[in-house]
Design a protein around this ligand. Sequence first.
Ligand code: DQA
Length: 144
Amino acid sequence: MKILFLNGPNLNLLGTREPDKYGNETLFDIENFIKKEAQNIEVETVFFQSNIEGELVNKIQEAKGNFDGIVINPAAYTHTSVAIRDAILAVQIPTVEIHLSNIHTREEFRKISLTAPACIGQITGFGKNSYKLGLIAVVDFISK
Ligand code: DQA
């Protein structure tokens, strides 16, 4: 089983970016944490980060036939991107939306996710464990 982890804008700055909200670990640290978790359940994972909306759309389109599931932290595009939502709907690959912080306890504009309705579910507020829970959720969904 192959799972694609997609990361949106500014997540390349994890580790130094607002650590009170997003923690001290880098995206590379999180990737290594997930790789170990995935190995234990014999799942292959690929990580990708981009600050560019269209690159994330391209990756979702290219995932068709190449990945069994997607875990996506669309970051700020969560709240704005019809294009990412439509791409997820178009490819029909089971997708879980994740967030490090709890978007429902923050500013009003963050409580709205345009992308979550295209996903099988949303996990928000568990720091790097949101990535782990996203992996477990998508693998469980695919395995049923
Ligand atoms: C985030 C939450 C978003 O609102 C924000 O724009 C991010 C990170 C999170 O993981 O908590 O960049 O997706």
